[in-house]
Design a protein around this ligand. Sequence first.
Ligand code: ATP
Ligand code: MG
Length: 570
Amino acid sequence: MRLSKMFLPTLKESPATAEVVSHKLMLRAGMIRKLAAGVYSLLPMGVRSLRKVEAIVRSEMNRAEAEEVSMPVVIPSELWKESGRWDLYGKELLRLKDRHGREFCLGPTHEEVITDMVRGELRSYKQLPVNLYQIQTKFRDEVRPRFGLMRGREFVMKDAYSFHATDECAEREYEVMRRAYMNIFERCGLEFCVVEADSGSIGGSFSHEFMVLADTGEDAVASCTKCDYAANTERAELRSVESFKTSDDKKIVEVSTPGVKTIDEVSEFLKADPKSFIKTLIYEADDNVVVVLLSGYSDVNELKLKRILDVDTLELASDATIEEVTGAPVGFAGPVGLKDKEVKIYADWSVRDIPSAITGANKKDTHIENVSPERDFKAEYVDLRIAVEGDLCPRCEGGRFEIRRGIEVGHIFKLGTKYSEAMGAVFLNENGKERPMIMCCYGIGIGRTAAAAIEQNHDEAGIMWPRPLAPFDCHIIPVNMKDEGCVGAAEALYNSLKEEGLDVLLDDRKDRAGVKFNDADLIGIPVRVTIGPKTLKEGSLELKLRKETDARLIPKDKAVEEVMAALNGL
Ligand code: ATP
Ligand code: MG
């Protein structure tokens, strides 16, 4: 492609609204432009990179013998009502009505549509398994769309769904996909890890996420320093604390804490270690109120809590509910002597480790000390908190968690029969019995993968594309467009490299060399060849890798081989 003809509006400065590097650089390198919050147009440079991601994804999916299909973006509400998600998915589902008043949604994911597509068609175990995928636009009305393509509202996803007659078959395919995903992200040139994950609103029995490690990642990954256990901190299991630490049996005493409510305030006021506090949270879970206890320094993991309670909705209770349950204003709740004796108390295992605790007294401006969990209240002890750096690994002896940030680029789920049962996707097994199909599903964010590649590969000057995702392989810069020799050599190399099947960018603009070099660093093509009149007289061109600081001279008549060798070495 000739740059003089290309639609490549680069920017010197990044717009103030862009927070992360990939968003800034995608805007500056003329890859994307915003149309509305979380809704972006892809410019030619953006299309090129995203197509490269898609091509790798498509080739690995085809290699694993999944078949490509294409499903509509607009989905009739009936299907989502059948699965029960119409009411449960909440505000992320963009709902609309047609001229007849019929309800539809824009597909945020396609379990319902694919299940509808195969039910009635796949009737016998002999027709199973199948694995169908598409690369298609999704819409999720995210609360906080941000970071450009990283968390859009409209975005492109590769989603795949497999259907099976047996659990073993489903798990075999899950493994095939896990490997295909590893190949995909390796081929993209990314540094990533695979972690155990929560299944979220998609549901199902187990799942894994593919995380590109980067400081700007929105997810936190806990990985053991000794064994290979790794999980999203949303999911990470913790080692249980089986027995209570014994206390010295001091009696509970009330202490006056006028107006001091938070753990930090109370610990400061009483000059006590926050570790000796029991934090009390009150939740409304579906139609019940539950009390949750944690050690003062830890945070509740609401996904774990939701799973334990097996509820659809979970929210911190309103002030009015808290006052009703504790008989005191907000800020003084505690597990001892709750007014409403009927509420169920769940305590994190770590509470067992606090022999003599401080908690709210369920009385205005008052806390109590010397609370002994075993003696003073009854609770169900469970794993409720978020993993932190240094936590003991639940799988091996002596390993501890290290916490790193990650960007979730792919997610695979064993769904089981959640959708097939709800939607009547059944088949006849070997014994002629009707059974729901067992399903798995597998997603990759195409734009997010390209953005993650930039998060991992950039410097102050711009993008440093891993070769497999680069919009072009080679960037040719003739430094003087008025010099015939220079232009001729550039044109010749451009044509020869294109004949080799490379994607080549020729900067044939009449701009100053400095402008061209700045743009080259910004758009980040892996190999750059500079053609200047001086070196050309000596029969040389200059070759520079975007990832290296120094350029080197190469003989003009060996330029094609040199460029090919440089690319192959990347
Ligand atoms: P997240 O937790 O980041 O919101 P999710 O778990 O809801 O994502 P999945 O339903 O697992 O996402 O979707 C599969 C893949 O689609 C994700 O791994 C991610 O790469 C991509 N994806 C999901 N939401 C978005 C989004 N808002 N913008 C861009 N890509 C997305
Ligand atoms: Mg996910």
